[in-house]
Write a protein that binds this ligand. Structure first.
Ligand code: HEM
Length: 132
């Protein structure tokens, strides 16, 4: 990446479009049957307010894309270890995210960069041992 290239944050249009995509994405995950089949995730859904999650995920994405936010939440491992997230649930989440970016008209280059950022967290988030 050249120094002169705009940050991913700027190319996505800044905080307003990022908040919309994050909000839509969390709304989709909260009612998704595959994700909610995980009992620990389903339970967390009742305990953790959606607006809180949207705020935290937005500040993380804003920071990771080069925006002016500072993520102050837990590490990805601390936030997800108790959820026993499987590889299959992860793959399903990535599929839903990719579809959503397409619906919002996010171009291919920016989509690939966002998927790379998400992908870099997989090792901390997918902690389930077996299939389930
Ligand atoms: C299948 C994939 C995922 C599922 C099912 C999932 C689900 C959840 C749930 C249920 C919580 C609340 C946990 C609790 O407080 O008990 C949470 C927190 C969070 N997740 Fe995820 N997550 C996934 C992937 C991701 C990814 C890819 C990111 C960002 C790259 C992310 C960012 C966060 C953040 C920032 C929090 C809040 C941390 C805090 O409270 O300090 N999650 N997630």
């Amino acid at each position: 990446q050249e120094d002169t290239e705009a940050s991913l944050y700027d190319r996505l249009g800044g905080l307003a479009p990022i908040t919309v995509v994050v909000s839509d994405f969390i709304d989709i995950l909260l009612v998704d049957d595959v994700i909610n089949a995980n009992p620990a995730v389903n339970k967390a859904r009742e305990r953790v307010p959606a607006p809180y999650l949207k705020y935290r995920v937005t500040s993380l994405v804003c920071q990771a894309t080069g925006g002016p936010c500072e993520y102050k939440g837990r590490s990805m491992y601390e936030a997800h270890a108790h959820l026993d997230i499987t590889e299959a649930e992860w793959d399903h989440m990535v599929m839903l995210f990719t579809e959503l970016l397409d619906e919002h008209g996010v171009p291919d280059q920016e989509t690939q960069e966002l998927l790379a950022i998400i992908g870099s967290t997989k090792g901390e988030i997918v902690t389930a041992e077996g299939g389930s």
